[in-house]
Design a protein around this ligand. Structure first.
Ligand code: F6P
Length: 361
């Protein structure tokens, strides 16, 4: 057996752990592994190509952030146009990919990706390519899996940042606003905020008002606080406002760059409360660095599960994490549906119970 693996979309801590898991499990079975470079682009005859992966090549990669294969979130295989629409990968591109797969004697393909990449994977399956998917996103917003690797590493970065910011905020009696990633989902902000002791967490799923935020800040200072920590998800928005964007729609990636809400909230809080306020945008720090032990273990387990799915010839399936168990679901069930934070979910209720405000009341 010779299998191919590619990762596509934004990088994510734990991708190398998946590769480590796939290569380790495949080697035990005597299978060969080919890694395609820079996402699906590696499947094109004149693309970035591929490398042979074996256990010698993968020694020491577990602890590395990013991906040794390279990745891209744009290119010829984009199956998504905007949030809800699905575009068909052009037939001539599909044909070229199939020729490469046949030429290299690839018996099965593993695609590690988020919503868009798994949609492309599904289209490859429909074209007769035996493929399985592994879910990947720091945003933790893929449906049909309760967790993706990379999420806790990103949350760790947020928590570390809040730990650092608290000491300087306390010294100067300041408000600190930290903008975090997550696109339309507030998971990173919510978990990072709870874990890092934030006082206010603003997420896309719970629209906020500046009056409520300012009121809570004043209340905390009145009750003796020397500082206030606010975590804002990049997709958070006012009850009556739209998203803050750093770009209009990027034609190549078909999505806007979000960002700027942290600076806006900081400016308004200072204006409305009179308390000195600073803001920090964590940006791609959340995607970089070494994966946490949990993400390494999850990544490796996902890789092993993908090999088992191939062994059982269960193509068109996506590895899925549910209740401490690594199972699988049809790829179809996982794509085009985002798993957002429920405004009354247990984590939100727990956050409220310990005094965190979401700026909605
Ligand atoms: O989806 C992962 C993510 O990191 C989002 O949280 C963020 O909005 C986006 O990717 C950033 O993408 P890029 O690396 O293209 O700027």
């Amino acid at each position: 057996m010779r299998i191919g693996i590619l990762n596509s979309g934004g990088d994510c801590p734990g991708l190398n752990a998946v590769i480590h898991g796939v290569v380790g499990a495949a080697s035990e079975l005597g299978w060969e592994v080919i890694g395609f470079r820079d996402g699906f682009e590696g499947l094109l005859p004149n693309g970035p190509g591929h490398i042979k992966l074996d256990t010698e090549r993968t020694v020491g990669i577990l602890k590395l952030g990013g991906t040794i294969l390279g990745t891209t979130n744009k290119g010829h295989f984009a199956a998504k146009v905007g949030v809800d629409n699905i575009a068909k990968v052009p037939p001539e591109i599909m044909d070229q990919a199939k020729v490469t797969i046949k030429y290299l004697g690839i018996d099965a393909l593993i695609v590690v990706g988020g919503d868009g990449s798994l949609t492309t994977c599904l289209q490859l399956c429909e074209e007769g390519v035996p493929a399985v998917g592994i879910p990947k996103t720091i945003d933790n917003d893929l449906d049909a899996t309760s967790m993706t690797f990379g999420f806790y590493s990103a949350v760790g970065t947020v928590v570390d940042a809040l730990d650092c910011l608290l000491t300087t905020a306390e010294s100067h009696q300041r408000v600190m606003v930290v903008e975090v990633m997550g696109r339309g989902a507030g998971w990173i902000a919510l978990y990072g905020g709870i874990g890092g002791g934030a006082d206010i967490v603003l997420i896309p799923e719970i629209p906020f008002t500046l009056e409520n935020v300012a009121h809570h800040v004043n209340r905390l200072y009145t009750h003796g606080h020397r500082s206030v920590l606010i975590v804002v998800a990049e997709g958070a928005h006012l009850e009556d406002g739209g998203l803050m964007k750093r770009s209009e729609i990027d034609e190549a990636k078909q999505q806007v760059k979000l960002g700027g809400i942290g600076g806006f909230v900081a400016m308004e809080v200072e204006k409305r409360t009179g308390h000195e306020t600073r803001d920090v945008r964590l940006g791609h720090l959340q995607r970089g660095g070494s994966p946490t032990p949990l993400d390494r273990i999850l990544g490796a387990r996902f890789g092993v599960k993908a090999i088992n799915l191939i062994k059982e010839k269960r193509f068109g399936r996506m590895v899925s994490y549910q209740s401490y168990h690594v199972g699988d679901v049809p790829i179809q069930d996982a794509v085009n549906k985002l798993r957002l934070v429920g405004p009354d979910c247990e984590e939100v209720l727990a956050a409220r119970a310990i005094g965190i405000s979401f700026g909605d009341k």
